[in-house]
Design a protein around this ligand. Sequence first.
Ligand SMILES: NC(=O)c1ccc[n+]([C@@H]2O[C@H](COP(=O)([O-])OP(=O)(O)OC[C@H]3O[C@@H](n4cnc5c(N)ncnc54)[C@H](OP(=O)(O)O)[C@@H]3O)[C@@H](O)[C@H]2O)c1
Length: 286
Amino acid sequence: MTKTVALITGASSGMGRAAAIQFHNAGYTVYAGARHVEPMADLAEQGIHTLKLDVTDSASNKAFVDAALENEGRIDLLINNAGYGSMGALEDVDLAEAKRQFDVNVFGAMSLVQLVLPTMRAQHSGKIMNVSSIGGQMYGPLSGWYYGSKHALEALSDSLRLEVKDFGIDVIIIEPGGTKTNWAKIAIDHMLAATPKDSPYRHMVEVQSNMGIYFTATADDIAHLMFKAATTRNPKTRYQLTWGDRAIVIAARKLSYKMFDRIQLRSMKMAERDLLNGRQNETETN
Ligand SMILES: NC(=O)c1ccc[n+]([C@@H]2O[C@H](COP(=O)([O-])OP(=O)(O)OC[C@H]3O[C@@H](n4cnc5c(N)ncnc54)[C@H](OP(=O)(O)O)[C@@H]3O)[C@@H](O)[C@H]2O)c1
């Protein structure tokens, strides 16, 4: 029987790790990559191929794809999951850091896309799944660089879908909402580090940090969603997990920009009131 070969990036934690286990348990031959290999030791014990991978390094990406091709001779699924959130005011975030985030979230993903496409075209089959965010269809204060990277990933995915359709390749976007992984702590740590104590945005950052992230999912939930999207005959272009996530995306697309601005500003005001009252919303920051 022909193997079904999946490449998953960012598999050392969170959704990527959960996806590696989910696809492996379903019988896929999984190649799992991340910069830190040690946290994937238990995945390797289960029979998942774990490799050191830094998606910002083109040689590392090539070695990752070549390893799968040399061993298996085919690639059926690429899940571009590696990514992180570097939040903060557009004025405060250092441009080098903003570029680094785009290197991981956008150029890293597209580098892997370029590497797997010749094989998928030759097979006349394959699926490329790009993990965006509900932020890939909306905007908000202090999230510009991160949401900008996800908007870019979505626009590239949409163009790609049209370019590769006739080669039998599907392009699928996954849009998680708040999901309980390491992501929120990394995002908030970046935001605090990017914002000097005397920054005009410091108060806004403290309000936002106090808001935390409202978690609506676990990494396993998103891995399950990825699996559903990967195994559906005629996949949708975009997948959100919850009605709440879907409602946010619909609101961002359908409401006027002025109206969406008002909603965002009102929620900042409510969070500010909570901060002044010494309350944290019913949220966690991990
Ligand atoms: N959690 C959320 O609320 C949420 C919501 C919407 C979208 N997302 C998106 O979902 C995806 C997965 O995030 P997560 O929530 O599972 O966060 P996570 O637990 O922090 O996992 C992120 C993964 O990306 C890897 N990674 C980071 N930089 C990398 C690089 N340069 N090369 C290779 N791998 C790299 C990390 O591994 P190493 O550090 O070992 O490299 C880690 O395995 C991300 O694209 C994120 O933007 C998350």
